[in-house]
Design a protein around this ligand. Structure first.
Ligand SMILES: Cc1cc2nc3c(=O)[nH]c(=O)nc-3n(C[C@H](O)[C@H](O)[C@H](O)COP(=O)(O)OP(=O)(O)OC[C@H]3O[C@@H](n4cnc5c(N)ncnc54)[C@H](O)[C@@H]3O)c2cc1C
Length: 554
């Protein structure tokens, strides 16, 4: 007779297979199409090969496990060594370094001055951060520090090659001894983050120090504190100014950079976000002119905002992929979930948001490339479309991920499905780099102070005019709303949302299959969608929309 211990209780059925061992770029049809669309013809193959290399690694079981471990083992602060000396170091899990290393090697901090550099980098960020989003933070800040540093030619000449390098060298050493560095930023203080002018950190010129200042103050949020260099805001005699603050000084001594504690965060757990203090001996170098700090650091902030859009698009794609995969393999009531009309409506609705976010992010990345090449209209378009995109795409990310989680039923609520990690991560992109209201107010500022911005937006939207009656009607409505200054501040979110939606719709109408464009316009512009996902109107071709989200069959 069989012993009790060896009796099989049941065999596992109706659970989906593993999804690893695939090229995450090849499987992402909307992303591939957008990259092909915007890339110069002679670079298309090269860029696709680069993205596929990242895609295979992003889809590998090995890197997926690394992402899970980096998140499950958050960084630890070590303020002192065992003898009592202050060291202010943060220890990360080895997989954090491994993921960062692969990303830097893959060019995810190298966009400026590279042909189609922003497009290929943004697409790479989209593909790669699906493995783990937390390490996207230092990648973003390192990439984004470049335009701010360009306010000082000499500083840029030294730092730019290090920031854009494809070599990752962790550890605190003088930058001159490294082949690559990471950058962070310190703007937010206890008393205010949106209103950076409320900062109290002071900067006193060091006599005979040639542009060097001593900083006294604190920063309430300072992420990736093991970065080599930070751009910080502080009040100099001439007003709020931007400073470059290295963790290690050129002579090899450590700059005073007192990490007080690490934040215990909702998500983004692989990344360290710290509170730091500058004690009056902290040495920093002025970037740009005194009193021009906000203008200088805005170059950095704008670039990180694009990464918030791309990062949210990446999270949504990851959540959607998991939802589609699960429902394609899970059966209930005699059939696959993906074939149930109501589940298909939910998946199609999520797929619309995912695709709309991806095409918008890639369009804005391409605008960065063209603006860098001197195209003023593209620069103006970014000025208004970027805060609008940051507003809408980052905000819709959380409900999209929550709904995708529900597609997995109870399994989705369990940690090992990976969905809770995505859900915890989702809200951060709408908070940092300017929260929702701040983005909406920035859209207003662009409208009111930069006449070129509205013209550039209208010319972009005009390219889709006549292709869909709901689009045409919504554009007309937007113009009416914009012409009414009464109570406009209180309507800023509404305006930002409409601008982002219309820009997304214009891209889908021009480039996506009719099923996608039609369902997006009907549900987002035509008032035929409900407040929950899965409420696309009866005529929507949900089968075609979901098929686009399935992995590449080739
Ligand atoms: C995980 C994480 C990491 C971070 N890392 C960094 C970092 O490395 N460096 C750094 O400098 N900062 C960092 N931040 C800080 C972040 O940028 C700020 O939290 C953010 O800018 C908001 O500032 P605040 O928290 O002071 O909120 P507040 O400025 O107090 O704003 C609170 C709320 O009021 C709204 N609001 C503000 N002004 C207005 C207005 N005029 N009208 C209507 N509503 C308004 C805001 O949108 C927000 O919703 C990080 C934050 C997080 C969560």
């Amino acid at each position: 007779m069989e012993s009790r211990a060896t009796v099989a209780t049941h065999t596992v059925t109706n659970q989906p297979p593993e999804t690893t061992g695939r090229d995450a770029f090849a499987d992402d049809l909307p992303l591939r199409e957008a990259v092909t669309r915007h890339a110069r013809p002679e670079l298309r193959e090269e860029i696709a090969a680069e993205l596929s290399a990242l895609g295979w690694d992003a889809g590998s079981a090995d890197h997926r496990r690394a992402g899970e471990r980096a998140d499950a083992h958050p960084p630890e602060l070590r303020t002192h060594d065992r003898f009592g000396h202050r060291i202010d170091e943060v220890e990360f899990h080895p997989d954090w370094h491994r993921l960062l290393g692969r990303a830097v090697e893959g060019g995810l901090t190298d966009a400026w001055g590279r042909p189609d550099g922003h497009l290929r980098r943004a697409a790479g960020f989209h593909v790669w951060t699906r493995v783990e989003a937390g390490h996207g933070c230092p990648l973003s800040m390192t990439h984004a520090a470049v335009p701010a540093l360009r306010a000082d030619r000499e500083l840029a000449a030294f730092w730019e090659p290090l920031l854009t390098s494809h070599r990752y060298e962790p550890g605190l050493r003088p930058a001159g001894e490294k082949a690559g560095v990471l950058a962070g930023m310190g703007m937010t203080e206890k008393q205010g983050g949106s209103d950076v002018r409320s900062g109290t950190t002071r900067a006193e010129p060091i006599p005979g120090g040639e542009g060097l200042y001593a900083l006294t103050g604190h920063k309430w949020f300072c992420s990736a504190p093991m970065s080599d260099v930070f751009l910080v805001l502080a009040h100099a005699p001439g007003g709020l100014s931007c400073f470059l603050l290295p963790r290690v000084l050129p002579d090899g001594t450590r700059n005073s950079f007192r990490i007080q504690r690490l934040k215990n965060k909702l998500g983004n757990r692989a990344n360290a976000s710290s509170e730091v203090e500058f004690d009056g001996t902290t040495v920093a170098r002025l970037v740009g002119e005194e009193g021009r700090g906000v203008a200088t650091i805005l170059g950095m902030v704008a670039a990180t905002r694009l990464d918030c859009v791309t990062g949210s698009a990446s999270l949504m794609r990851e959540a959607l992929t998991r939802a589609v995969h699960h429902t394609a393999h899970r059966e209930a009531f005699g059939g696959r979930l993906v074939d149930k009309p109501l589940m298909r409506n939910v998946l199609a609705d999520l797929a619309l948001e995912s695709e709309a976010a991806t095409v918008l992010a890639m369009r804005l990345a391409a605008a960065y490339d063209r603006a860098e090449d001197g195209d003023a209209a593209e620069r103006h378009l970014l000025r208004i479309a970027l805060p609008a995109a940051k507003y809408r795409v980052t905000k819709v990310c959380t409900p999209v991920v929550a709904e995708a989680l529900e597609c997995l039923g109870g399994n989705g609520y369990v940690e090992e499905s990976g969905m809770p990690r995505l859900l915890r991560e989702a809200p951060v992109n709408s908070i940092w780099e300017g929260s929702g209201n701040v983005q909406a107010l920035d859209v207003l500022r662009a409208l009111q102070r930069e006449p070129g911005a509205l013209n550039a937006l209208l010319s972009e939207l005009g390219r889709a005019a006549g292709a869909d009656h709901r689009f045409d009607a919504a554009l007309k409505e937007l113009l009416t709303e914009l012409s009414d200054p009464e109570g406009i501040e209180g309507r800023a979110r509404r305006l930002a949302e409409r601008i982002a939606l219309l820009t997304q719709a214009s891209l889908l109408v021009r480039y996506a299959p009719p099923a996608v464009a039609d369902a997006f316009c009907a549900s987002r512009l035509g008032g035929e969608g409900g407040w929950a996902f899965g409420t696309l109107p009866g005529g929507a071709d949900t089968r075609s929309i979901v098929e686009r989200a399935l992995p590449d069959p080739g």
